[in-house]
Design a protein. Structure first.
Length: 114
């Protein structure tokens, strides 16, 4: 994981990194392997952005992900209970897992059938 930018305290940045690592280690091995292989296509991702303002990633929620990046509103890290931060991380890793499995292709096919 590459922490690209963090607009929070160093302690909150470290806390997020620890939680991210822990969540990644708790998902099933096959899913983790698929995510890790997908990230290697981006030269060693994920790139993580802990930002004060979700508008910087054009987001509407508290966290988001793209193929090779994870974003989170940094002010939540020190305020939310750990289990809520873990849930947000796991949720975004789920999106990345689906992308690694070709979700975008399925989504495009679905749109063409409408």
């Amino acid at each position: 994981m590459v922490l690209e930018d963090y607009e929070c305290t160093l302690d909150d940045g470290r806390r997020f990194c620890e939680l991210f690592r822990d969540v990644l280690q708790t998902i099933p091995a096959d899913a983790r392997a698929a995510i890790m292989a997908h990230w290697q296509t981006g030269g060693g991702s994920p790139h993580v952005w802990l930002l004060n303002d979700r508008k910087k990633w054009k987001g509407k929620g508290w966290a988001a992900s793209t193929d090779l990046s994870v974003y989170m509103v940094s002010t939540l890290i020190g305020r939310l209970p750990e289990e809520h931060v873990r849930t947000a991380i796991a949720h975004e890793l789920g999106h990345i897992l689906f992308r690694a499995g070709g979700e975008r292709i399925i989504a495009l096919l679905d749109r063409s059938n409408r």
